[in-house]
Design a binder for this molecule. Structure first.
Ligand SMILES: Nc1ncnc2c1ncn2[C@@H]1O[C@H](COP(=O)(O)OP(=O)(O)OP(=O)(O)O)[C@@H](O)[C@H]1O
Length: 624
């Protein structure tokens, strides 16, 4: 396998599809805003209610000075003030309650928006194709689910509320100003239009800077994932400092981009504040001239200026709202990029019931009934064929399989041997459809794997991979990963078969003991036995074991070999093995070299006529 990428390599960049969201990509605000809208749309009613409640609360707040004035006037006149006091109290309490309720309703919709986005993202991430995840950075993908969705919550509903409230109040104020003095309003609008131009210029920059910040946050996630994913290796190599340096650089990039966003936000806020001041002075000047010329009177000018003062914070609110929409759009854009990544197609063909009917017609009583369960839940054994299969992991990479062909009948033990890099693991990956071959056919149970619904294909296979076959969680979680409800006694049976019973007895909470991140609290051999037990629990029609016993001690290996030989009497078992001693009794051995099948036969046959196999055997003291 290729060496892990360096933190500074281009792979630590955002895990985006080509061409989507490239840094500095101009004119991306509309896709971002469309994406933001698609998040907000399902919550539009609740958000409208929140905004409305907030607005009514604000109006009540505005009415309070008038009510207070009335109380003071009545008291001054010696009239009973109980009524106005009651009205004032009601306004104070109801205004506060409605404003609080509006805030709560908006936050409620924000949480729903974030939860929906996270659910959609996580569902999608787990259905991504293997090559897509391999060319992405898991840390960056995680940042999109955590950090970007959080940004969505912080900005979206509040920004919309600010924009709506700001727009409505601004419109009402402008109407009132127009009624007072149309000329002064024209002057005001001309100056305010300048704010619009500044905001239009600055807003995309805020969006871009936010996107860069989030990309840098994704890089931090990727760098952390890299270091924590190989924590012991990093420590053993004394590479903490170097990895920390890479993390510091990513954090620094996030800081710089964050500061850039803050600077642009400051530019837009300051400009709007200055413009409002200028506007006030211009209106004062023009208004003074108009009073002098008799075109308007002093009281109108005073009222107009009061409205202008009321307008100032609303304009600030609008400008801030636009900035926040940019931030939310940048986050929504990054989330949308994940939604463009290619996922696996679960159902490859016709609808399931129809398919089953046609299967029955095609193969009445066929022993290889595509993952059907027989009485005890044991799947019928499945044959495997490769027919002229050629494959490269990615376009541009050298071919890993060159017209590979072999046939393995249902039932029995078949071993794949050959030098490292010969393409043995790739055989298993193609059967599991982690990747699709470029040409040729892979047949399982006589049918092209591309015709199998993916879930049923994988349910029919038990696969023990070479690396990290254990997940965080308890031993029981790990065993039942692919079989959540094993039949009575099933779990105990596979625990015994994989010789895990002693381990389970020894652990403080038995099967419910936490095995740590990637099974770090288990030995290498124990991890392999957990993975074998998990695969056996599925009662698969095809068992794929990739170097599955390489870390076991001699006694456990002999016992597991017996278990595998016994399983091969009922089902098809394919093993990849470097130690030939583990497969000398196999029904057939497929010898691979440089992506080609060189020979197929039993141990004795291959010793007799295949030089490569003889060479491998003699270096392992297994010669004739
Ligand atoms: N995900 C991948 N992306 C790109 N190239 C890969 C990938 N996985 C494997 N390869 C390359 O494909 C070739 C075959 O790999 P494969 O793992 O099938 O070999 P193998 O015979 O199982 O080797 P080993 O015995 O060392 O496990 C190797 O050259 C390897 O570098």
């Amino acid at each position: 396998m290729a060496a892990p990428p360096s933190v500074e390599s281009p792979r630590t960049g955002p895990a985006v599809p080509p061409g989507a969201g490239a840094p500095g990509d101009r004119g991306r605000s509309w896709p971002g805003q469309r994406a933001l809208l698609s998040h907000l749309r399902p919550q539009r009613r609740r958000m409208a209610a929140g905004v409305l409640l907030g607005l009514v609360g604000s109006v009540m707040g505005l009415a309070q000075p008038l009510a207070a004035k009335r109380v003071v006037d009545d008291m001054g006149r010696g009239a009973p003030a109980a009524g106005p006091v009651l009205v004032l109290s009601l306004l104070v309490v109801a205004g506060a309650v409605l404003a609080g309720l509006g805030y709560y309703v908006l936050q409620h919709s924000a949480e729903s928006i974030v939860c929906t986005a996270r659910r959609r993202l996580t569902d999608r991430l787990l259905r991504l194709r293997v090559p897509v995840v391999e060319s992405a950075e898991p840390g960056d993908l995680i940042a999109r689910v955590t950090s970007d969705t959080t940004l969505l919550r912080q900005t979206a509903p509040q920004a919309v509320s600010a924009a709506v409230t700001g727009t409505l109040v601004t419109a009402a104020t402008v109407v009132m100003m127009g009624l007072l003095d149309a000329v002064l309003l024209a002057v005001t609008l001309a100056v305010v239009a300048f704010v619009g131009v500044v905001v239009a210029l600055v807003a995309p920059r805020i969006g871009r800077a936010t996107r860069h910040t989030q990309e840098a946050v994704g890089c931090i996630g990727a760098a952390l994932e890299r270091a924590l994913g190989a924590f012991r290796t990093v420590k053993a190599s004394g590479a903490e400092q170097r990895e920390a340096e890479a993390l510091r650089r990513a954090a620094e990039r996030a800081r710089r981009a964050g500061i850039r966003a803050a600077a642009w936000e400051a530019v837009s806020a300051t400009t709007s504040a200055v413009v409002v001041q200028v506007c006030f002075l211009v209106v004062l000047g023009v208004g003074g001239a108009r009073v002098t010329s008799g075109a308007t009177d002093v009281s109108t000018l005073v009222a107009f200026l009061l409205y202008l003062f009321a307008l100032a914070p609303r304009i600030g609110q609008l400008v801030e709202g636009v900035g926040q929409v940019q931030v939310g759009s940048a986050a929504a854009d990054r989330i949308a990029q994940v939604e463009q990544l290619e996922t696996e197609d679960q159902d490859t063909g016709k609808p399931e019931p129809e398919k089953r009917e046609s299967e029955k017609r095609e193969k009445p009583g066929a022993p290889e009934g595509r993952g059907r369960s027989c009485d005890e839940g044991v799947r019928p054994p499945l044959s495997v064929s490769f027919d002229e299969v050629s494959f490269a992991y990615r376009p541009g990479l050298p071919r890993v399989h060159h017209r590979v062909s072999f046939t393995v009948p249902a039932r029995g033990l078949t071993a794949f041997v050959g030098p490292s890099g010969a393409g043995k693991t790739t055989v298993f990956s193609l059967i599991e459809r982690f990747y699709e071959q470029d040409s040729g056919r892979v047949l399982l149970g006589g049918e092209d794997v591309r015709q199998w619904p993916l879930d049923r294909l994988r349910a029919s296979i038990g696969y023990v991979e070479q690396d990290v076959p254990v997940l965080a969680g308890t031993l029981r979680d790990n065993l039942t990963l692919g079989t959540p409800d094993p039949g009575p006694g099933e779990l105990a049976r596979v625990v015994r078969l994989a010789r895990l019973d002693l381990l389970a007895d020894r652990l403080p909470d038995g099967l419910d003991t936490d095995v740590g991140h990637r099974g770090s609290r288990l030995s290498g051999g124990e991890r392999q036995r957990v993975a074998i037990a998990r695969a056996l629990l599925r009662r698969p029609g095809l068992l794929l074991l990739d170097e599955a016993t390489s870390q076991l001690d001699a006694a456990n290996e002999a016992a597991l070999r017996d278990t595998i030989t016994d399983t091969a009497r009922r089902t098809t078992v394919l093993v990849v093995a470097h130690r030939l001693s583990t497969v000398t009794t196999a029904d057939r051995i497929v010898v691979m070299e440089a992506g080609r099948v060189r020979a197929v036969g039993t141990h004795a046959e291959l010793l007799a006529y295949d030089a490569l196999y003889r060479g491998l055997a003699s270096t392992q003291l297994l010669g004739p």
